[in-house]
Structures are given as C-alpha cells and as structure tokens.
Design a binder for this molecule. Structure first.
Ligand code: PGA
Length: 252
C-alpha cells in the first residue's frame, strides 16, 4: 500500500485584510511549527498573498491561491496569472471550487485549462468536485463527480499528474454545518480513486491525495480523516481562526 501524506489546506475565501492575514498566519505558524507528518497550506485572498508569503517564509505552511487564469499574460481584466502567483510565493492553487462553478460560471472545459496551466508551471492543483443536494437525492452523485473529473483532466496523462490533489466537496455540506458522514465521504472518495485508476492508471490513483471539504471542524476532523481514502481536508470557515485550523492539523 502506498503511504499518502495527508494535506490540510485552509480556504479563506473573501475574508481577511492584509493585517488580519499577518496576525492569523503568525499564530498558525507558531501553532504548527513542530508538525512534519502533514502538508499544510493556506489560501488567502490575492491582496494578502505577498504579506502571507513574508510571514510564512521558511515555515512548514505552503501558500495557495483560490483561483487563477490559465494564460501567462494578456488582456484579461481582473484576472491573475500563474507567473504572477509564482512570483508572489504561491505553490498550490484551488481550481474549480463549487463557488467558482456556481457563482462565476466556471465550466469543466475552463477548469481543464487551469489544471493544465498549474501543472505546466509546477504548481499543485487542488481540483474541487462535488454534487448538489438535488443531485445527491436524484442518485447522481457518482455521475456528477466522475463527469467533473473527466472534464477537468481530459487531456492529461498519468506522468503529468504527480502533484494533483482532488478535493471532494459535496456542495450541500459547504458552509452549512452539514457534514457528509465519514461513511458517505469514504464511499465517494473510493469511487474517485477507482475512477482515476481507470482514467490514468492504478499507480497514479494510489498516490493521489483526495481531500474532503464541507464543514470540517476540529471536532469532526478525526473521524473523517481516519477513513482509508480520505487524505486530508479543504477547510473553509474553520480555517479562519489559527487555533481551529491547527486543531484540525493535529487531528490528522
Ligand atoms: P466550509 O468550506 O469548511 O466552510 O464548509 C469548505 C470549502 O468551501 O472549501
């Protein structure tokens, strides 16, 4: 069996000014400085990335972006490119978050171009997939999630995908306080791993880290993270406080 190092990433969404970023990350840095068995990352808003990179320099916390454009430069008002993120100290990027899909119209085709760009720039793409409440009730969870995976990974081969992380985030569990049960989450994670195995080969699937996201908190993290195919968490609300993100890292 392949050992997969767990990865916990905080997604701050549209929260925190530069000074709030400095305060929270200084506290987080101190709280997790002795952890080396878990990969840790934080995704602040774009305006805080440079300040975050300063605070995190030489630490065990990676800097992530919440989105990016697929092109390096050009007339794309309001967008941020991979080289800009690399220059700011970013190593990981969240792509295809359900809020980007639902509120900003991102399609699988668009997300595919971003995943390709992230890999081309040697950034770690965190590809988010997940079903709505209605889709779950209609028994469409598997078709939705596998459709999102094949849509976003359509052009990639196994060798390109060493660093890929997938985040399974059932939309009905995001920011709602509803969490998938460990059994529900494990079931979808296993399906994702099998599907990636069919698509890209068993070796890639065995190494692939699959995060769970959706109302992960210090008190439910341990039971989720002990499931065999749950290799970490993408944490929204509970990542805004250094102590609660540190507690989730320790639960790992
Ligand atoms: P939540 O968000 O932890 O606040 O539910 C998770 C996410 O959107 O990544």
């Amino acid at each position: 069996m392949v050992e997969r190092k767990p990865i916990i990433v905080g997604n701050w969404k549209m929260h925190k000014t530069i000074s709030e970023t400095r305060t929270t990350l200084s506290a987080l840095r101190a709280a997790v400085q002795d952890v080396d068995s878990v990969d840790i990352g934080v995704a602040p808003p774009f305006t805080s990335l440079s300040a975050a990179a300063e605070v995190l320099l030489g630490s065990n916390i990676a800097l992530a972006a919440q989105n990016m454009h697929c092109r390096d430069t050009g007339a794309f008002t309001g967008e941020v490119s991979p080289p800009m993120l690399l220059d700011a100290g970013v190593t990981h990027v969240i792509l295809g978050h359900s809020e980007r899909r639902e509120l900003f119209g991102e399609t699988d085709d668009l997300i595919a171009t971003k995943v390709e760009a992230a890999l081309a720039h040697r950034m770690v793409p965190i590809l988010c997939v997940g079903e709505t409440q209605g889709q779950r009730e209609a028994n469409e969870t598997v078709s939705v999630v596998t459709g999102q995976l094949s849509g976003a990974l359509r052009q990639l081969r196994g060798a390109d995908l060493e660093s890929l992380v997938v985040a399974y985030e059932p939309i009905w569990a995001i920011g709602t306080g509803l969490t998938a049960t460990p059994g529900q989450a494990q079931q979808v994670h296993e399906i994702i791993r099998d599907f990636i195995g069919d698509l890209l080969g068993r070796a890639v699937a065995e190494r692939l880290r699959i995060q769970y996201g959706g109302s992960v908190k210090p008190d439910n993290a341990a039971e989720l993270l002990t499931q065999p195919d749950i290799d970490g968490a993408l944490v929204g609300g509970a990542s805004l406080e250094a102590e609660s993100l540190a507690a989730i890292v320790r639960a790992c």
